[in-house]
Ligand binder design. Structure first.
Ligand code: KG4
Ligand code: ZN
Length: 364
């Protein structure tokens, strides 16, 4: 069973082909990615309309590249998967439109996949795949969640952010430091030169007793600190001039201290989730999962309580088509995808807002 997968929920066009024949983990036969980062950089963030138009331009050439890697013709494809949501509506519609058109032309089924399910199953493509059940820490630009995962499609929400996502906290802090878009990796790079103990930024909800997160207060604290260092009026506006007034070392110290605050909260809550569920396996997924300090400290915390921590391969941490084709393959193998007569018709069906826990509830 060969499944072609499209990811187009935000600023990355990803296409991949997996072989989901048999019962083993689907095998990746080819994958290609185009990042729109350069295009959006000039605007300091993702411009949705430009994102959609660029997905249109990229999706077919990337598909050709993937089929060439696998040395297979399009007619060998047995099903076409796409990211159905959550994400930018226009961007999602491109992937959904391409998938439906291709599947219809081939007379094969389409499979709509939840973007976060793709992220959370992506470690199955690594050399050291996890076993069920596990706790998943999903940390991306739009989501921060802890889930209990009992199997493919069996997800229950343990906790989530009540305001900003962890990636958003990285991105907004980076913006205040004049680091541009995408801020997370830039802030992480700068943080390597800084002192993480110099500024004590808030660790919201750290002792709340539940598994929820809150990161919105962090950007206010960072702004206050940046103004102080720039000798600006506390009640003045946040302008690019503030960051320019800071020396490189001061910026690096703020970056390191913000990263330390975010990482500490994510690590402590992940450990609390393992304690609460009695599980000893943690899977980390989503763009922030690429953060080196987060990985280092989760590994150390895992080792202390004899828990295994699994990550996707670094290049599959951020958005990609492989995770979408993989999730579709695992769903097919688990018997969760209506194929044949019951397969969904070729409707352009996207869900820009779509809680992952709904997938679990539908099956409960
Ligand atoms: O999963 P992803 O590619 O897209 C979404 O589904 O949102 O995650 C993107 C997020 C951005 O907020 C980006 O700044 C963050 O992941 N990110 C990082 C790192 N690499 C990406 N944050 C911290 N450190 C990194 N190394
Ligand atoms: Zn993502």
């Amino acid at each position: 069973m060969l499944i072609l997968g499209f990811e187009s929920s935000c600023d990355e066009t990803g296409v991949a082909l997996v072989d989901a024949s048999g019962a083993g983990v689907p095998r990746l036969l080819g994958h290609a990615l185009h990042s729109q980062i350069e295009m959006h950089q000039a605007y300091g963030g993702v411009v949705p309309e430009l994102a959609s138009r660029d997905h249109i331009r990229r999706v077919l050439p990337l598909t050709d590249a993937v089929l060439a890697q696998a040395a297979l013709p399009l007619t060998a494809v047995d099903a076409v998967a796409y990211t159905r949501g959550p994400g930018l509506a226009g961007a999602l519609l491109v992937g959904s439109g391409a998938a439906c058109a291709m599947a219809m032309a081939l007379g094969k089924p389409v499979i709509g996949i939840h973007h976060l399910e793709g992220h959370l199953l992506s470690p199955f493509l690594s050399a050291d795949p996890p076993e069920f059940p596990f706790v998943a820490l999903l940390v991306s630009g739009g989501h921060s969640q802890l889930m209990r995962v009992d199997g493919v499609g069996r997800y229950s929400l343990l906790g989530e952010t009540i305001d900003d996502a962890a990636g958003e906290a990285f991105d907004k802090s980076a913006k205040l430091l004049g680091l541009g878009y995408p801020g997370g990796p830039a802030l992480a790079r700068l943080a390597e030169q800084g002192d993480p103990t110099l500024y004590r930024f808030p660790r919201p909800l750290l002792h709340s007793g539940d598994l929820d997160f809150s990161f919105a207060g962090l950007k206010t604290a960072v702004l206050t600190q940046v103004k102080r260092l720039a000798h600006a009026r506390p009640e003045g506006p946040a302008t690019p001039a503030l960051a320019e007034a800071l020396g490189e070392q001061a910026k690096a110290d703020v970056a390191a201290s913000v990263q330390a605050a975010i990482v500490e909260v994510l690590v402590k809550k992940s450990v609390a989730a393992l304690d609460a569920t009695g599980l000893n396996r943690l899977v980390v997924a989503g763009g922030v999962g690429a953060n080196a300090r987060l990985r280092e400290q989760l590994d150390a915390a895992g080792a202390r309580r004899q828990a295994r921590v699994h990550y996707p391969e670094l290049h599959l941490c951020t958005d990609n088509g492989a995770m979408i084709a993989l999730a579709a393959g695992l769903r097919v193998q688990a018997g969760l995808v209506p194929l044949g007569e019951e397969a969904p018709r070729y409707a352009f069906d996207v869900k820009p807002r779509w809680p992952l826990a709904e997938l679990g509830q539908a099956l409960a």
